[in-house]
Design a protein around this ligand. Sequence first.
Ligand code: HEC
Length: 168
Amino acid sequence: MIAKLMWPAGALLLAGCSGQSNPDNTQEAQFVRAHDIKQLMAIVVEPQANVFWGSAGYEVDASGERDLTPTTDEGWLATQSSAATVAEMGNLLMTPQYAEGRGEDWIQFSRALVEVGKRAEQAAIARDGAAVFEIGSTMYNVCQACHQVYPPAALAQAESNNVSSQLE
Ligand code: HEC
């Protein structure tokens, strides 16, 4: 029983040691590549941006028009949290695991995502539906600006086929 419990601790210790034995790598060794850029976009960035975009304006369906502005503390927290996540994704995109091999503009686009995410979060904290709506469209422009220079495969394919298509 005790031996079993000690196994994970031993494994962690070993991992720590191997990191230290390579001092040049110490900084990067702290990051674990959990998602490639495509996964990060599809699983984190896009769904979180959608939460933010879904927090302002109106939705029209069969039952009529529905105001999307949050009405509860939980709703506003979800809006704030999505904005904060988008901001921190910008920071993550600047780390070597995503920025390596990209141009200087990659850092600018990523920083723009942090900035717009921070403004988006402020709008959520202020519970300002009009600001959430307006900053949402700025956020969309930041996404598009990077995709224009670094096109997602689907978009590049559509353009090479001369088909007008929108990613989101
Ligand atoms: C710093 C650049 C950058 C920014 C900013 C950025 N993206 Fe991306 N995005 C990429 C790259 C590069 C790809 C292509 C990934 C691939 O196909 O290898 C991509 C791909 C995608 C995809 C396609 C994923 C798939 O399954 O193929 C979606 C959706 C997406 N981004 C959404 C967003 C949204 C929403 C935002 C803004 C909130 C955003 N991105 C901001 C660089 C960026």
